[in-house]
Design a protein around this ligand. Structure first.
Ligand code: FMN
Length: 164
């Protein structure tokens, strides 16, 4: 069984709530707020699940943004990474979950990223987090589509189970 770390960055708590739901769905995983994390703490884990909201106009959540360069310099060998991102597909339809794309872009050349998600069922105009027709991770919209959150998490965690 893989050791799993969930690392979230949140501005108003929504991403933390989703991180806790993912933790519950997985059964066993340790939870870290990127604002208080010493990156060395991630070394023992096999799967890193990274979650961030989007702020500004398509910007990465502040705590994540301030550490992203250092994070991207970590040793990813032997690690798998899965991403989730929170956004608002109605008010920010042109930059939906772009924060997740910023983490993806920073690490994709060196990390094995798993858990891409079909865009079926989402309504938005544009997202940098869509690569080859899929979200690079789990997109969650707690502002408008909270009624779909639980089923989206369940499906995603079931998909991730092949890697753990
Ligand atoms: C000032 C502000 C700017 C935002 N910009 C975006 C954006 O560009 N794209 C997007 O998808 N969501 C955007 N959002 C929506 C948030 O990402 C969303 O509400 C999220 O659930 C917040 O999660 P958090 O509480 O964990 O930070 C924005 C929200 C605020 C308050």
């Amino acid at each position: 069984m893989s050791k799993i770390a969930i690392v979230y960055g949140t501005s108003t708590g929504a991403t933390k709530d989703i991180a806790e739901k993912i933790q519950k769905a997985l059964g066993a995983a340790d939870l870290y707020d990127i604002a208080n994390l010493n990156l060395d703490q991630l070394k023992p884990y096999d799967l890193w699940i990274l979650g961030a909201s989007t702020t500004g106009y398509g910007d990465l959540q502040d705590d994540w943004d301030s550490i992203l360069t250092k994070f991207a310099a970590l040793d990813f060998s032997g690690k798998k990474v899965a991403l989730f991102g929170l956004g608002d597909s109605s008010s920010y339809s042109d930059t939906f979950v772009n924060g997740m794309a910023q983490i993806y872009n920073a690490i994709q050349e060196k990390a094995e990223i798993v858990g891409a998600v079909s865009t079926d069922g989402y309504t938005y105009d544009d997202s940098e987090a869509v690569v080859d027709g899929k979200f690079v991770g789990l997109a969650i919209d707690e502002d408008n589509e909270y009624d779909q959150t639980d089923s989206r998490i369940t499906a995603w965690v079931n998909d991730l189970k092949q890697y753990i």
